[in-house]
Each structure stands twice: as C-alpha cells, then as structure tokens.
Write a protein that binds this ligand. Structure first.
Ligand code: ADP
Length: 229
C-alpha cells in the first residue's frame, strides 16, 4: 500500500462557492482513515478529487509523495480501488464479475479474492439468477452477496489505495454488519480511506476525521471522539 496525503485541499464546483476549505490529512501506508460527517459536508467530493474527476483549486493530493496531477489517468485508476454503495455487476458469472477487476488474473487469484470476500461458494452463480426454460428465476444473489462480489473485484485489483464510499449504506442493518466485518478484514494492512455517514460504522479506524461544511472540525480515534461528545 501507498501513503495518501491531502495537503490543504481547496475546491469548489463553482469557483465562487468553495466546498472544501483547506482539507489536510494523511493515510499512512497500510492504515485506515475514515471521514464522517453529515450529508453535504464534502465527503464524496474528496473521492471525486482523488479520482481526478475534478482538480483541486488549491493545495494538493499526493500518493507516496507524488502529486496525482503528475501521474497518468491510467496509473491513477490502477492505484485506487473503490467499493462504492452500488457496484454495477454484469449479467454474467460471479467469477467473470470478479475477474473484471484485473484482466489477466489467474483463476487461482480470482478464487483467492472470492475467498477473502467469502463469496467463493457462489463463483458460478449469476447475480440476478438464471432464467429457466419455463421462465422461472433461479438463485439470485442478495444485496450483501453482490457487495461481496464488488469487494472481491476490488481486492483482485490489488490497488495501492482502497476507497470505501458509503459501501454499506444501502444494506439492511444485519447485512451491513457482516459486510463491514468483511471490509475490515480485507482492508487490514492496506491503505484505506472510508467515507461514512455515521461514527458508529468506523469504530476501528486508525483515525477518524469529522467533516462539516468543507472543513475537518475534529479528528481522533473512535473513543476519543465519543468521549468529547
Ligand atoms: P457529502 O458526500 O458529504 O454528502 P458532497 O461532497 O456530495 O457531500 O457535497 C458537498 C457539497 O457540494 C454540497 O453542498 C453539494 O450540494 C455540492 N455538490 C456536490 N456535487 C456537486 C456538483 N456536481 N456540482 C455542484 N455542487 C455539488
């Protein structure tokens, strides 16, 4: 994993309306940092800047000390693996959907990624099920299982940086807990940035940043933030 650094990042979709107002943080190699805060705080904007959908208007974003504006779009895409809230899966096998994460990966590598995400028992299933000759639908993957496919796909890519962008917010509470446990498992030892609504979902992050209106207003570990109220 690489080190990710936001250094005094300023940005506005409209130059007259600043959205991020000097955001600085570091995710050390192999560590997990979470960003929480209310809707509209600027959390997703951070993800979009990381992918260079937009460029910062001040400050910089660095991966292993290198400004992301100095690397090719292709190598930037290769360096970042995202697990979003809703991943688009193909109407093809789970195997194929995972293998898409890294063209050229061997079957053993695909299998290994599937195991890490605990979806290996479904490797030949179709996400939306089979339509039989009499028009019945066979086994369909649940929302949580689909999210495991997305996780396996991203892990197979072996990116320098993992980005979880509200990766469990579309799931029911029970499934959310299960998928969070898996995300913690796969993020261990990898540089990970977690974007979340709620503090309760990011208990074990090495550092949690609380954002509000485009600024980091608090930072610390989970217990520290809770004890401050
Ligand atoms: P969060 O992820 O914390 O909910 P966002 O980063 O999505 O916050 O949004 C931060 C602010 O930027 C909000 O005021 C939002 O309205 C604004 N915003 C988000 N996307 C766009 C866009 N594409 N164009 C203009 N304004 C946007």
């Amino acid at each position: 994993g690489g080190e990710l650094r936001f250094d005094g990042v300023e940005f506005g979709y409209d130059p007259r309306r600043p959205i991020l107002k000097g955001v600085s943080f570091t995710v050390p190699a192999g560590r997990t940092v979470a960003i929480v805060g209310p809707s509209g705080a600027g959390k997703s904007t951070i993800g979009r800047l990381l992918f260079r959908f937009y460029d910062v208007s001040g400050g910089g974003i660095l991966i292993d000390g290198q400004d992301i504006r100095e690397v090719t779009q292709q190598s930037l895409r290769g360096a970042i693996g995202i697990v979003p809230q809703d991943t688009v899966l193909f109407n093809d096998t789970v195997y194929y959907n995972i293998a898409y994460g890294r063209p050229g990966a061997s079957p053993a590598e695909v299998e290994q990624a599937a195991r890490l995400a605990h979806i290996h028992n479904f490797i030949m299933a179709l996400p939306d099920g089979y339509e039989t000759t009499v028009g019945e639908r066979g086994l369909k993957l649940s929302g949580g299982e689909k999210q495991r496919v997305a996780i396996a796909r991203t892990i197979l890519k072996n990116p320098a940086i993992l980005l979880f962008d509200e990766a469990t917010s579309a799931l029911d509470t029970h499934t959310e807990r299960e998928i969070q446990a898996n995300l913690r498992e796969v993020s261990r030892g990898r540089t990970t940035l977690v974007i979340a609504h709620r503090l309760s979902t990011v208990i074990d992050a090495d550092e949690i940043l609380v954002m509000e209106a485009g600024r980091v207003i608090e930072r610390g570990r989970h217990m520290e933030l809770l004890s401050r109220g």
